[in-house]
Design a protein around this ligand. Sequence first.
Ligand code: UTP
Length: 412
Amino acid sequence: MEKNFEKAKQLLRENNQEHIIQYLEKSKNPEKLVEQILNMDFEQLSNLYESTKRPIEIEESEIQPIKFVDKNKLPKEEVTELEETGKKIIRENHYAVVTMAGGQGTRLGHKGPKGTFLVPVEPEPKYIFQILTESLIRENQKYGVVIPWYIMTSEENNEETIAFFEEHGYFGYPKEKITFFKQGKLPIMNTEGKLLMDKNGLIREASDGNGSIYASLAKSGALEKMKQEKIQWIFIGAVDNILLNMVDPSLIGLCIKDHNQIASRTVTKISPKERVGVFGKKKGHPAVIEYSEIPEEMAEEVDEDGELLYGEANTVSMLYSMEALEKASKIQLNYHKAVKKMGYLDENGQWIEPKEPNAFKFESFMFDVFESFDDISILRSKREENFAPIKNAEGADSPETARKLYNQFHQN
Ligand code: UTP
């Protein structure tokens, strides 16, 4: 132990993380921290920190609009045809749903996993997980099946998420049809590149972005389980959209008709300034261009009908073939930096909850795998039927805006 303790201190010195030494020395049980330090990939951390200094440059000439199908403009017979293809897949039990619930929801500021947030919908408040479960149960009844439901959690919220479902009797979903699996994690550093400590006196780590979904599906055995269940098409959605339609036969139908392996359901952007990523093509491959990355003129560009050229908003409603997921799980994704408010233990053992973003969290993005695919199908659908995100505590995309959209949809 003594040898490892010294080795850990040495590593911290060599990697500009001397401030951790005092936590090591003060700790009564430093074994876990020593082990964490010895297993840390400091080279990766240093590269990640260096990457934060490089500006994100996006070459406008590399970006082009992407073609899409507007479901509401399709002739009725065509919609029916797409739906029939999809319904067959669902009825024959070749369809599974994945919910990504490994995020931290720092903007919402809710203590606990985002899915455990109580939304003040009418006639009575409901938890986000409850809303998602009810929606899936309705779909199951429609097709006479029980869709296997996979929920991605993170190291930080896995236990709490499972305990929550247990406590609420899985909101009536057959428990044996729900599989939880954990995503990857990475250490958190402050904006000077210094690692932060967590409440337990260990280096603070957090989920490493929704791009973790593919490798985590494979690593956890979830993908193999799906294969054994003969699943062919997999829907992946975010936890924080309370109008998310997870079972959309027309999306499956379109993907199959187009001979693609990936499809996405979009809605039109409300305005060029809406803080949502949009679909486009980057160097000829499908891509999502984040709102923080798209140049203003590009965001405002319109076509001859006055519609935004980059107006297909990403609602994180994705469909994949099994082959696409297997391929994606082998792709090594780059990390992007997110600047977030992250609490930490200071040198006096006090827990600090910062008021402003103070730390770099590194995240891979699920959409970065698209560059390995030639094309994806995009199905534009009605916003009021599909998109009520909860991102912020107040203002746009908050519980208040989502509640209104949910109530309107369910009253009709
Ligand atoms: P967001 O990018 O909105 O992140 O996640 P977030 O962590 O929920 O919220 P903020 O940014 O801290 O406020 C979009 C979707 O991706 C999932 C989230 O749970 C959400 O469903 N996600 C995000 C993960 O599953 N893992 C991650 O590491 C990040």
